[in-house]
Design a protein around this ligand. Structure first.
Ligand code: NAD
Length: 331
């Protein structure tokens, strides 16, 4: 019987994993912990490996996995920036990902987060908490249908976000490096990022994190926005220079920000720090500000996504074991 070892398995994934194992007649063992040099020996004897790794990855691990006869690492996320693809390849390890597991979940989160600020929910909550029931100018909202939304990166998630905003009656403009003529009914495409953001009331980022998108939104980009924009980053932390965002919030350029990903998140997100000190002052500022809705990279987190991620990692593992290759291979 084929055997697969999984690491980084959270309790909420176990039902999906056990159902998959029974259905496919594969032995699957799993651990809560990440794979490290301390526990790597437990991989010995298994055919396949699936991780949901977060943060840096020790190169020595690639070498040891190869020596155990492991041929692949099936990462259970869309992102793969935690791996050195060439180093893995040098040790004959195929890295696969789950490129899409519930794009609508992330799009829904981005849209819901933007509307939270459009309809002044933070201020309403603050006023109600103070028993101040007055109707006055700061509480007046713009109707969602009158807003222009810029979608930056109109791929799987961006296109669903565009459709959802369009369903509210918004004008949707987009910027993407690839032409997307099939979306012309929903999105008015602009040739440059500057043109796309120039008239936007809401800017929502859906580009991948890579060297071209690194700090795509920095001090200079924020200066080009309209006054009072609502800004959403449910893409990758590295796309936004956080100090530039904080300056834009302080100056009023950005009136509200939904920050689901943060450039220095690896050390904190997915961990419980309620009894420890968070030493990152920038993260603390994001969390504490009324005009920021910060969350721990959780936009995807629905039952559908959890099931698709667990099954996606196991299916890719089997694909490599059975064919020597995989559609979701990234190296
Ligand atoms: P995708 O590949 O389907 O779409 C990305 C789009 O961005 C593509 O259309 C691509 O052409 C475009 N693009 C790439 N580089 C660009 C550039 N420099 N300028 C403009 N456009 C560019 O990806 P997706 O599945 O829609 O994912 C989008 C983002 O969402 C990724 O950053 C991903 O990591 C992130 N994500 C976040 C969560 C979460 O929970 N917050 C979960 C999954 C994915």
């Amino acid at each position: 019987m084929v055997s697969i070892k999984m690491f980084d398995v959270a309790p909420y994934e176990i039902d999906a994993i056990e159902n998959w194992a029974a259905e496919h007649q594969v032995k699957v063992d799993y651990e809560r912990e990440p794979l490290t040099l301390d526990n790597i020996e437990s991989v010995k004897g298994y055919d396949g490996l699936s991780l949901s790794h977060n943060g840096p990855f020790d190169h020595e691990i690639y070498r040891i996995l190869e020596s155990y006869g492991i041929k692949q690492i099936a990462q259970r996320s869309a992102g793969f920036d935690m791996y050195d693809l060439e180093a893995a390849k040098a040790h004959h390890l195929i890295i696969t990902t789950v490129p899409s597991y519930s794009p609508s979940s992330i799009a829904e989160y981005a849209v819901t987060g933007a509307l939270y600020f459009v309809r002044q929910f933070p201020l309403i909550k603050q006023r109600m908490t103070k028993h101040n029931f007055v109707w006055d100018a700061p509480l007046i909202s713009r109707p969602v249908k009158d807003l222009t939304v810029a979608i930056i990166g109109v791929g799987r998630i961006g296109s669903i976000s565009a459709q959802l905003f369009s369903n509210f009656g918004c004008k949707v403009v987009g910027y993407d490096i690839e032409p997307k003529p099939e979306l012309d009914d929903v999105v008015e495409f602009k040739a440059t990022l500057e043109e796309a953001i120039a008239e936007a009331d809401i800017v929502s980022l859906h580009v991948p994190g890579n060297k071209d998108t690194y700090h795509m939104f920095d001090e200079a980009t924020f200066k080009q926005l309209k006054e009072g924009v609502i800004f959403v980053n449910c893409a990758r932390g590295m796309v936004v220079e956080t100090q530039g965002l904080l300056d834009a919030l302080n100056s009023g350029k950005v009136s509200g920000a939904v920050i689901d990903t943060y450039e220095n998140e690896a050390q904190y997100f997915r961990r419980d720090f309620s009894n420890q000190t968070v030493e990152d002052d920038t993260l603390l500022e994001l969390i504490e500000r009324e005009d920021v809705l910060a969350s721990p990279h959780i936009a995807f987190f629905t039952h559908e996504a959890v099931k698709n991620l667990a099954e996606g990692g196991l299916n890719s593992t089997m694909e490599v074991l059975e064919t020597g290759d995989a559609q979701s291979r990234v190296n």
